[in-house]
Design a protein around this ligand. Structure first.
Ligand SMILES: [Zn+2]
Length: 263
């Protein structure tokens, strides 16, 4: 793909990242994501259009508001940069195809869910429920190729994935008397199943448990984080699902090979 097109894809990713920031900060507060324009979180001054340029606006202002000099969180430019890199790498890997574009949209939803879950410990229904429906709808159209799900894969993914996890959470609560997995995590798993098929779920669930354990233990060791605090699980599901796009088929082939030689 030519450089000028790749640059354009990167810039489009930055602009979308700026919109994802709006979603991340307004959806948990149930605010309108279109109006009003962005304001400084500290002094509420409207942000000038030339300071609102994704990533570079923050860099040029040194991470401070032009009006009150209050610090503006580095999470804003980080989300823009991550969205741009996700857009670029997904287009490079899956092309400017319906599949590539759909996966970019899925990636954007996962960025918003991850950021909200880290801060508020929720995965809002306004993203996951339409996410499940759209994934199922797309699977019935003829436009998409793997790793997007076939309609059979999507139905099994959303149904068995969501249902299986719901059952697991229910059993866990019955036996231990504690909440293991949140309703939001179950809906996110069903959403991932609807988009990527049931095939993605063993890798995603196992992978998220591994990432979650490593991060959770590291978190407790380094910061002495209180163990009784909830650990947001959505980010690890999202990260593991994204790893599946790149590593899933190779890991499954390796595992099946091991299984075959052990008989
Ligand atoms: Zn300000």
């Amino acid at each position: 793909m030519p450089w000028d097109l790749l640059t354009l894809v990167f810039i489009i990713g930055l602009v979308w990242g700026s919109f994802l920031n709006v979603c991340i900060h307004r959806i948990p507060l149930e605010e309108n994501i279109v109006f009003p324009n962005s304001r400084c979180p500290a002094c509420k001054a409207a942000i000038r259009w030339h300071d609102n340029i994704p990533l570079f606006g923050w860099l040029l202002l040194g991470g401070r508001c032009r009006d009150c000099r209050g610090r503006i969180s580095p999470v804003y430019p980080a989300v823009e940069l991550i969205a741009a890199l996700l857009t670029l790498t997904t287009v490079l890997r899956f092309g400017l195809t319906p599949t590539g574009i759909a996966l970019v949209v899925l990636g954007y939803a996962l960025i918003v869910l991850t950021a909200i879950d880290f801060e508020h410990y929720i995965l809002p229904d306004v993203i996951t429920l339409p996410g499940i429906a759209i994934g199922l709808l797309l699977s019935f159209t003829p436009w998409f190729a793997p790793p997007m799900a076939s309609w059979q894969g999507a139905l099994w993914g959303a149904g068995a994935g969501g249902g299986g996890l719901w059952l697991f959470a229910w059993l866990f609560r019955k036996i231990s008397g504690k909440d293991g997995m949140g309703q939001g995590d179950i809906k996110l798993t069903a959403m991932l199943g609807a988009w990527l098929g049931w095939q993605a779920l063993p890798f995603t669930i196992f992978g998220s448990a591994v990432i979650g354990s490593v991060v959770g233990i590291g978190w407790i060791l380094t910061s002495g984080r209180d163990r009784s605090l909830p650990i947001p699980f959505g980010p690890y599901l999202a990260l593991a699902a994204w790893a599946y796009l790149y590593l899933g088929p190779a890991v499954y082939a390796w595992y099946l090979g091991r299984l075959a030689t052990s008989f």
